[in-house]
Ligand binder design. Structure first.
Ligand code: NAP
Length: 395
């Protein structure tokens, strides 16, 4: 018989087609057509680089097969095929057990954060993921839709979704998917778009089964316009929850350094509310660098002003409000001593969320600040990441 092998696959029901895995794969083993993102069994070498970057976990699927599924077969799937029955002896005779062990070890490494991979904070609660997918979405009812920004060219909304009797256990830092109604040019349902939850685990309103999102209207954006136009009482189809590493530590002594731009503030709001409702100022504290064009376009500007400094130290930074353009990384350098002190504390957890473009500037600020105290940022960052204390989510 043909030697069975372990094949790496992607679950089309959960995948949100963000193509991050495809961009990450160092050997171009991942590709896509209009329908699905797929792994080429002839190229994949099980390096596992794609595993931790997937926001939904749909990448982490495996089947033992006699003949690998072809790309065309995978392109045609609406759901993953069940594990085929290869008959007794297939695994023992073929060395598949050894392969299994090797793949399991690599997967454990990918999930454990060795070598720069993401890992959840040690004290974080265990997240629930993928409870709802495209085939079986949750149905939420819109409870509120509030405009957060006064800037006429920058419409950011605070959307509250109620899940009624359906379980939707989300932790701070997780995301959910929203399925826009209607179909695409080929008559297929639209794929979900991912949004970070901006409310804490006990609900936007304490002990209600509701969550909030922070959504910016994008010109021509199919889902952002749908979400920003929602009315109270509308029904919304939701997938998720997603995300198993960008999570908040439950340890009240943990110190949070949060760096965000625009709607990347969503998870930071969730973290702040969680702290506010649980330990408040009796904690390691939180320091935030938050960049926006101007106060009128900074989401939650008003509510932020009411958060006590003992809970949250705020550095609000504007790029279009004065004569000089200032970015979060510029302010970090101005606050070099503050940031350096946080970097040296093993209780510090760093969260970066927002525009992809900010990553380079933030990295270079950390490099310079670490150098000022005789540290190497890449070495420090790798230790922090391995310990679940360094998290980046940029788009
Ligand atoms: P935005 O208003 O366009 O930008 C926010 C601020 O970042 C502005 O002051 C902007 O300055 C500045 N900025 C631009 N380039 C920068 C760079 N290289 N380094 C540092 N700062 C820079 O932001 P937005 O439209 O809200 O977009 C936020 C992004 O976060 C989106 O891409 C979104 O997808 C992403 N995100 C959202 C969530 C969520 O759930 N809501 C989660 C993660 C990520 P100027 O434009 O004036 O130069």
């Amino acid at each position: 018989m043909t030697t069975p092998l372990k094949q790496h696959l992607i679950d089309p029901e959960i995948c949100i087609r963000c193509y991050t895995c495809e961009m990450t794969c160092p050997i171009q083993a991942i590709t896509h057509n209009d329908d699905n993102v797929v792994v080429d069994a002839e190229i994949c070498n099980f390096c596992m680089d794609c595993i931790p970057v997937c926001p939904t976990g749909s990448i982490d699927e495996w089947r033992v097969v006699a003949t690998p599924y072809s790309l065309d077969e995978q392109f045609g799937w609406d759901e993953l095929p069940a594990q085929e029955d290869l008959g007794e002896g297939a695994s023992g005779d073929s060395g598949i057990e050894a392969l299994d062990d090797a793949v399991a070890a690599l997967l454990a490494e990918a999930h454990a954060g060795v070598g720069g991979k993401s890992v959840a904070p040690k004290s974080a609660s265990k997240p629930s993921v993928n409870l709802y997918n495209l085939a079986k979405p949750a149905k939420a009812t819109v409870q509120g839709n509030y405009r957060l920004t006064r800037d006429p060219d920058h419409d950011v909304r605070h959307i509250i979704l109620d899940f009624g009797g359906q379980p939707m256990p989300v932790l701070e830092g997780q995301s959910i998917g929203i399925i826009p109604p209607g179909t695409d040019a080929e008559g297929k349902p639209h794929l979900p778009r991912l949004y970070s939850v901006s409310s804490p685990r006990d609900g936007e309103r304490p002990n209600y089964n509701n969550v909030s999102l922070t959504v910016k209207r994008e010109a021509g954006g199919l889902c952002s316009n749908y979400v920003c136009d929602l009315k109270p009482g509308d029904e919304v189809q939701v997938t998720g929850p997603f995300g198993a590493t960008f999570l908040m530590p439950d340890d009240p002594e943990a110190r949070l350094l949060m760096i965000c731009t625009g709607t990347g503030s969503a998870p930071m709001r969730a973290f702040t509310m969680r702290r506010g409702r649980s330990v408040g100022a009796r904690s390691g504290g939180m320091v935030m660098f938050f960049g926006a064009r101007a106060p009128e376009s900074l989401p939650y500007f008003g509510p932020l002003k009411k958060v006590p400094a003992a809970v949250l130290e705020q550095h609000l930074v504007y790029s279009r409000a004065g004569a000089a353009k200032e970015y979060v990384q510029d302010r970090m350098l101005i606050e070099e001593e503050r940031v350096a002190e946080l970097l040296t504390d093993p209780r510090t957890h760093i969260y970066v969320c927002g525009l992809r473009g900010m990553e380079e500037g933030v990295e270079s600020a950390f490099t310079s600040i670490a150098e000022s105290i005789g540290e190497s940022w890449p070495a420090l960052r790798d230790v922090m990441r391995g310990e679940g204390r360094y998290h980046v989510e940029t788009y």
